[in-house]
Write a protein that binds this ligand. Structure first.
Ligand SMILES: Nc1ncnc2c1ncn2[C@@H]1O[C@H](COP(=O)(O)OP(=O)(O)OP(=O)(O)O)[C@@H](O)[C@H]1O
Ligand SMILES: [Mg+2]
Length: 188
């Protein structure tokens, strides 16, 4: 029955992105937040709830945030945001399932940026530019992000300018799923 697993089987529940992002920042802890300025202004007007896995979204955001911090030097500054749009970006790393509109959860940094020759490889398992001598860097972070996004029918996009910084965006389709609680119609 491969390929039969639909979104409704995957424990996707109606999610409020403002809440998930705030909880993720709390999870980073005071020590991290003293070293890295993580800025987030909750979306206003309120966004629709979307079917997703809060754990998956948190994992994805943590990977974006740690990568952003590791790419930054000096004053480390990361801006998280969530917006709604019907328009998909021109360049996309993973296409989301088609929907009338999407939530864009973005993590923007002002770090090293990504060289054009490196960009096509960043989601590959074990691809890393972090040398063994400088500690971590298994290169599995973004391949996990890709997998988790795909499991939620979400998309991914990356914009980067070498020397100026990068923005990683999770694209969540706004939709109702059959079998999901009627709460998904609520706007909070
Ligand atoms: N915000 C970013 N700015 C610049 N380069 C990035 C950024 N995010 C990812 N990259 C590049 O993509 C590569 C792959 O990222 P990924 O998270 O998969 O692995 P990693 O961070 O090197 O190792 P791990 O996450 O396993 O500790 C990184 O090594 C880096 O070159
Ligand atoms: Mg990483």
């Amino acid at each position: 029955m491969l390929g039969f697993s639909r979104s409704s089987d995957r424990n996707l529940i109606p999610c409020n992105l403002n809440t998930i992002i705030k909880n993720t920042i709390t999870l980073l802890g005071d020590r991290f937040l003293r070293e890295v300025e993580v800025q987030f202004t909750p979306a206003d007007p309120p966004l629709p709830e979307v079917p997703a896995s809060p754990d998956f979204i948190q994992q994805i955001l943590l990977n974006f945030i740690f990568n952003a911090a590791e790419a930054s030097t000096g004053h480390k500054h990361i801006i998280l945001s969530v917006t709604q749009s019907a328009q998909l970006p021109a360049t996309i790393a993973l296409k989301p399932i088609a929907a009338a509109s999407y939530l864009f959860v973005a993590a923007k940094d002002f770090g090293s940026g990504i060289a054009p020759e490196v960009m096509p490889r960043i989601f590959e398992p074990f691809f890393t530019t972090k040398s063994l001598s400088t500690r971590r860097g298994t290169g599995l972070g973004l391949s996990m992000v890709y997998e988790l996004a795909q499991q939620m029918d979400c998309g991914l996009s990356v914009q980067s300018t070498p020397g100026q910084g990068s923005t990683f965006t999770l694209i969540i389709p706004v939709r109702d799923l059959p079998g999901i609680s009627e709460k998904s119609h609520e706007y909070t």
